[in-house]
Design a protein around this ligand. Structure first.
Ligand code: URA
Length: 210
């Protein structure tokens, strides 16, 4: 991907995103919409998967038909909201390998601290797609990508639903080699680190917690 930031403006994505933003949208509908949008975004973010051909026989003749090349791609969910994007993507790419990164913010240092990290092997040979619905400050996203690079990942993409300019800038500074794909670039962060206009807390909205 040449662009550092790709905003996917497909009408179906934009319409579903508007429904997700609305404060009265129920947990069940929010989850279903996220699942649908994640499949549409998966289409965009996997556009550059390597291809090869395989000799096959159709009922009429032989042909060299296109198939995906190399190792299965790795989807890495940043807990816990990343799992909403992950579920939909797995429906489209059922053979993907899956990893999880758990980070919390240390209240004293305000830095992200790792509490869980489990990723597939051979990350250096896979396309690695990091999923987190909200790219807000970008601190946890940048830290997650740091950890993945330490595990060997080289070909990384970051997929989110909403991005704040602050988060995009932070990622560009820390990881200019990691393209970001999002459904919308919102206005800014508020003083609590929420994206405006945003959709609130993605994890709470998808799991019905508060
Ligand atoms: N995380 C969320 O869930 N929402 C935001 O607006 C920012 C970070």
């Amino acid at each position: 991907m040449k662009e550092h930031l790709t905003v996917v403006k497909h009408p179906l994505i934009q319409h579903k995103l508007t429904l997700m933003r609305e404060k009265d949208t129920s947990t069940a509908v929010f989850r279903q919409l996220l699942r649908e949008i994640s499949q549409l975004l998966a289409y965009e973010v996997t556009y550059e998967l390597d291809m090869t051909t395989r000799r096959i026989e159709t009922p009429l003749q032989e042909m060299d038909a296109p198939v995906l090349a190399g190792r299965k791609l790795a989807l890495i969910s940043i807990l816990r909201a990343g799992n909403g994007l992950l579920d939909g993507m797995l429906e489209l790419i059922p053979s993907a390998r899956v990893g999880f990164v758990g980070l919390y913010r240390d209240e004293k240092t305000l830095k992200p601290v790792q509490y869980y990290f489990k990723v597939p092997d051979y990350l250096d040979e896979r396309m690695v797609i990091v999923v987190d619905p909200m790219l807000a400050t970008g601190n946890s996203s940048a830290a997650a990508v740091d950890l993945l690079k330490q595990s060997g990942a080289k070909n990384i993409r970051f997929l989110c639903l909403l991005a704040a300019p602050e988060g995009v800038a932070r990622m560009k500074e820390a990881h200019p080699d990691v393209p970001i794909v999002t459904a919308a670039l919102d206005e800014r962060l508020n003083d609590k680190g929420y994206i405006l206009p945003g959709l609130g807390d993605a994890g709470d909205r998808m799991y019905g917690t508060k």
